[in-house]
Design a protein around this ligand. Structure first.
Ligand code: GDP
Ligand code: MG
Length: 180
């Protein structure tokens, strides 16, 4: 491929993806694991940082994912419409050791429908799968909710890095396939 073609093929892709789900399910740690390969045990409510940008290469194209994390507003059910504006993907996260966070998923899906006009690529994420001994939501329950609602589904562990990369990449790739 000549320089000219390389230039011609140099389109840019920037996808906004939002993280939602109850407080303390591990959203911020999933993002820091994905974007910086870090886990922070004492992560307090994210302050100041609205999003992190991560580049992924798909079919030789550079795709930028701008991933938004809440600043803890979900605790007060006060995630604003600005948070959702322009989003094309969402990871809806629950904690497999806390059933109430799984029961909230429907409400988070309603939030997405209310705030986003476009069809989003959505992934249901059951986080903290390293805590098998205190599991409160079965894999089957996660799977069947995802099927019912038409979501991708994975269980993850931000602590052990299980499926974190994969979860984000499936969403990014699917968005890319839908627009390219
Ligand atoms: P957020 O409120 O949804 O952003 O959740 P955080 O990322 O702040 O995490 C909440 C708590 O769960 C913190 O104490 C984390 O250390 C812990 N945590 C996050 N992800 C995992 C995980 O995959 N496994 C385990 N065991 N703990 C996790
Ligand atoms: Mg957080």
């Amino acid at each position: 491929m000549g320089a000219h073609e390389e230039e011609a093929g140099g389109e840019e892709y920037l996808f906004k993806i939002v993280l939602i789900g109850d407080s303390a399910v591990g959203k911020s740690n999933l993002l820091s694991r994905f974007a910086r390969n870090e886990f922070d045990n004492n992560s307090k409510a994210t302050i100041g940082v609205e999003f992190q940008t991560q580049c992924v290469e798909i079919d030789g194209k550079e795709v930028k994912a701008q991933i938004w994390d809440t600043a803890g507003q979900e605790r007060f059910r006060a995630v604003t419409s600005a948070y959702y504006r322009g989003a094309v993907g969402a990871l809806i996260v629950y904690d497999i050791t806390r059933r109430s966070s799984f029961d909230s998923i429907k409400r988070w899906l309603d939030e997405l429908t209310t705030h986003c006009e476009t069809t989003l690529t959505r992934m249901l994420v059951g986080n903290k799968c390293d805590l098998e001994n205190i599991r409160d939501v079965s894999v089957e329950e996660g799977k069947s909710l995802a099927e019912e609602e038409g979501l991708f589904f994975l269980e993850t562990s931000a602590v052990e890095s299980t499926n974190v990369q994969t979860a984000f990449e499936i969403v990014i790739r699917e968005i890319y396939n839908n627009v390219s």
